[in-house]
Design a protein around this ligand. Structure first.
Ligand SMILES: [Zn+2]
Length: 390
């Protein structure tokens, strides 16, 4: 049976609505907040009074109003608290500290431990978090730490088949050394949430962020929140099958999209033709794009077809208003080939769904998993109406 809403629930709901409006639509006057939230002037005044008293909202100047007194503008106080975002990648661990409005305060990049065991990853993350909090000279409370990992997250454990993590107890390992609220999510989701809040997905109600890096993934963001599936495993776009008896994928299956579109697979193909290609995957991928030989162009033309096919599938499955192509390899490929990728996607998607969608390049760059991870504690803070959770 559904629990009855109490006055306290309603108050918390009102606080969350006001805070969300000021966070994403800043700065605003009390009158504008009432219009945008549909709350009464009296409710807005009460909630704003509380938020100002708690230091969550501050005044931000005045605007003239027609005939009457000037109206005071309000905004979220960046100094209300510090949030930390962590990108646990296969090659590096990036840790960044931000203020509440996600202005970067400090950051550090550490090489990923080898082998990348859950224990070694946790030790590395904790070291990085301590360093950035020292550097940020955080006098403000730490509202939370968000962590993007290369796999799906279910109840604090991480499943990342391609790096051999099967139910890795990362949350328990991190909690032992961390005195702040902790939020774990798939790195694809954290980047997706960042693009939806601040980047190329801004303002679109249903965004699919298609991530092409060494591997391939996607995040479906509906009204600013990633769709995670029943157990956190949604969005594994790279392991959808595009060929029966196809190329072997890192996950062990055959014919996955990742085996045709991931930078790892493309560079491997390039290396068979160019044995002296750079050992570093990203540099090798750049030289594949720059080579412009008949062989390299053939590899890229095929990659474009698979990108279009995969995006066409996403459009048919999710009917999004926008598809954002991101990830470091996706951005490089898209810079040169986005019009052809769109054309291929149009070929595979149903006509009506394709007419309703924009296919655009990501705006936040490839290194925004950490920023995205920092949106996790912020989302929690906003949803709770400005009350930090433990
Ligand atoms: Zn696979």
């Amino acid at each position: 049976m559904q629990r009855k809403l109490t006055v306290r629930d309603l108050r918390a709901g009102n606080r969350a609505r006001v805070l969300r409006t000021l966070y994403f639509d800043r700065p605003r006057s009390r009158q504008e907040i009432a219009t945008l939230t549909g709350l009464s002037q009296a409710s807005v005044s009460t909630v704003v009074g509380e938020l100002i008293a708690e230091g969550t909202v501050v005044e931000a100047g005045q605007v003239e109003s027609d005939g009457g007194r000037p109206r005071v503008l309000l905004r979220v106080n960046p100094a209300r608290g510090v949030v930390v975002g962590v990108d646990v990648g296969e090659t590096h661990v990036l840790v960044e500290a931000f203020d509440l409005t996600l202005e970067r305060l400090a950051g550090i990049e550490l090489p990923a431990p080898r082998p990348l065991t859950p224990e070694a990853a946790a030790t590395c993350v904790l070291r990085g978090v301590r360093r950035v909090l020292d550097d940020a000279r955080a006098h403000a409370p730490v509202l939370g730490v968000g962590i993007g990992v290369p796999g799906s997250v279910d109840g604090g454990t991480v499943h990342a088949q391609t790096i051999g993590w099967h139910g890795a107890p990362l949350e328990r390992l991190l909690r032992a050394g961390l005195d702040a609220p902790l939020h774990l999510d798939n790195g694809a989701n954290t980047l997706g949430q960042a693009e939806a809040w601040f980047g190329a997905g801004r303002g679109a109600p249903t965004v699919v962020v298609a991530l092409i890096g060494s591997g391939v993934g996607a995040s479906v963001v509906v009204n600013g929140t990633p769709y995670r599936g029943a157990f956190g495993g949604a969005g594994e776009w790279g392991h959808t099958t595009v060929a029966l008896d196809g190329a072997r994928c890192r996950c062990g299956a055959d014919g996955c999209l990742e085996a045709y579109l991931g930078a790892g697979a493309l560079v491997e193909r390039y290396r068979t033709l160019t044995p002296d290609a750079d050992d570093d995957q990203e540099r090798a991928f750049r030289s594949l794009l720059a080579a412009r030989t008949p062989e390299s162009e053939r590899i890229l033309a095929e990659a474009v077809r698979y990108a279009g096919l995969g995006i066409g599938n996403l459009i048919n499955l999710m009917n999004p208003t926008r598809v954002v192509v991101g990830g470091w390899a996706g951005l490089l490929l898209g810079e040169r080939h986005l019009p052809e990728i769109r054309k291929e996607a149009a070929h595979h998607a149903l006509r009506r769904s394709f007419e309703q969608v924009e296919v655009v390049l990501g705006e936040l760059g490839a290194e925004s998993v950490a920023l995205g991870a920092a949106t996790l504690p912020v989302a929690d803070f906003l949803a709770n109406g400005g009350v930090p959770t433990r």
